[in-house]
Design a protein around this ligand. Structure first.
Ligand code: CP
Length: 316
């Protein structure tokens, strides 16, 4: 693997999930393969889980890490070609990516969607500029349109907890006071397509995701109908795709609560975190024995570790 940008970079998905579970049982199995190698972690947006779990993954492979928070520590980067750089942007990605490549053997990038311009967000300009101009492998730590490390951790969590061969997995929209990107939902759907799940998406009218990604997946606008017989409820907010980046609903009618969970097949609750309690999901659901959120966050380490291993060794 020369880069990890999207779920499609994984050739044999089911083998990878099994390999990751195996690694979780013996996390120091490959603790020397990253010796004398450096992972650079470049953040254009905040993070708790991605930052710490990816560092831990690197350490468990014997790598060292360099962290840089471009939000308030770096020069403002220009990504456009052939511009006169007389404004605030002091450095071009062409130089920045090549310079960082000299210091690091792998570069992880986190750069969220602007939610202002759908066409530009779809180009994933920050991540792809680093792919184009770096001379080392690039790792997606959540871009405008994809969060594949999260999706890999989520599928491991489902694999560890499923009680049937083909569980019903419901990806449900949930409320949030801020406009949020589509990356987690996109990657969760792309990952589910590679697994034996009965995936159902439920969201209010006006919140349908990118039709190219949801093609072939059942989408219901009746949340309670969707929850019937579900084995897993994966909650996530996203802003409108058609009315790009806009919030269309301000009430709590789509919040996940006990009454809704009672419609399911004793479903287990999932969320990528961070989560706003009693906005996205009630305390009673998130604190219940059926909540998998901490296990999901734990699995972020092993998801990152297996991908770093594949990048270090250029494995398929
Ligand atoms: N789920 C996730 O990516 O968490 P962070 O934003 O804290 O990294």
């Amino acid at each position: 693997m020369k880069k990890f940008i999207n779920i499609s970079d994984i050739k044999d998905y089911k083998s990878l999930v099994n390999e990751t579970i195996d690694l979780k049982n013996n996390p120091n199995k490959f603790n020397n393969i990253g010796k004398n190698k450096v992972l650079g972690l470049i953040f254009f947006n905040p993070s708790l889980r991605t930052r710490l779990s990816t560092q831990k993954a690197a350490l468990q492979l014997g790598m060292k890490t360099l962290n840089m928070n471009f939000i308030n520590e770096g020069w403002q980067i220009e990504f456009e070609d052939h511009v006169i750089m007389s404004g605030n942007k002091a450095e071009h990605v062409k130089e920045a990516a090549k310079v960082i490549s000299q210091y690091c053997d792998i570069i992880g990038i986190r750069a969220f969607a602007s939610l202002n311009n759908r066409v530009n967000d779809h180009k994933d300009i920050v991540l792809n500029s680093f792919v184009d101009h770096s001379t080392v492998p690039v790792l997606n730590m959540e871009s405008s349109i994809a969060h594949p490390l999260q999706a890999l951790a989520d599928s491991i969590t489902i694999e560890e907890n499923k009680k049937s061969l083909k569980p019903k997995v419901v990806l449900t929209w949930a409320p949030h006071p801020k406009a949020l990107p589509h990356a987690v939902a996109n990657s969760f759907i792309n990952m589910s397509k590679r697994n034996d799940y009965e995936l159902v998406i439920t969201n209010p009218e006006g919140y349908n995701l990118n039709p190219e990604i949801t093609k072939g997946i059942k989408v219901l606008h009746d949340q309670k109908e969707a929850f019937k017989n579900a084995d897993f409820i994966y909650a996530k907010n996203w802003s409108s795709y058609d009315n790009y980046g806009k919030i269309l609903i301000n009430d709590d009618s789509w919040m996940i609560n006990e009454d809704k969970m009672n419609l399911t097949n004793n479903a287990q609750f999932m969320h990528c975190l961070p989560v706003r309690r009693n906005v996205v999901v009630s305390d009673s659901v998130i604190d219940s024995n059926n909540s998998l959120i901490i296990q999901q966050a734990d699995n972020r380490t092993y998801a990152a570790q297996i991908i770093l291993k594949k990048l270090i060794n250029n494995e398929k």
